[in-house]
Design a protein. Structure first.
Length: 149
């Protein structure tokens, strides 16, 4: 599942969400970065998985949104979002997993992630990725300019 670009008119609210998360109620979760790898279109595909203990979420009608802020040094950040509704969640100790992907050009990027449920509880993750063509990959023409998300 890919992330969607946040429309320009919603960027101020996304910025505010990342700044105000300190005061939000906690949601237990753990983000795991996906290492960038060239896909068949010669783009670096990267992303995340996030594990969320389902004991925090019971019943029907719940949803999770994952917000990303991807920044290459010296450039404005790019904001991405993925939202989804959960099925009826029974009382369980199982861990739910969701993931998201996006593509980048050659470069080093800082990624901040924020998972938020419908009760406005949230958790965060942050990591750095390096997308770099190596060996014979350098002979391929990249389909995304360096520094692009």
């Amino acid at each position: 599942w890919g992330q969607a670009l946040v429309p320009p008119e919603r960027i101020p609210s996304e910025q505010q969400l990342f700044e105000s998360v300190v005061s939000a109620s906690p949601l237990r979760c753990e983000f795991h970065a996906v290492r960038p790898a060239l896909d068949f279109a010669f783009r670096f595909q990267t992303g995340y998985t996030v594990d969320i203990p389902l004991a925090q979420i019971h019943g029907a009608g719940h949803g999770i949104s994952v917000h990303l802020r991807v920044r290459q040094q010296g450039r404005d950040p790019v904001y991405l979002i993925r939202t989804g509704n959960l099925p009826d969640v029974p009382a369980t100790n199982a861990v739910g997993k969701t993931d998201g992907t996006f593509t980048v050009g050659d470069g080093t990027y800082d990624v901040e992630a924020l998972a938020e449920d419908d009760l406005h509880r949230s958790c965060r993750g942050a990591w750095r990725i390096q997308a770099r063509r190596a060996g014979s990959e350098r002979e391929m023409k990249p389909m995304i300019p360096p520094g692009s998300v």
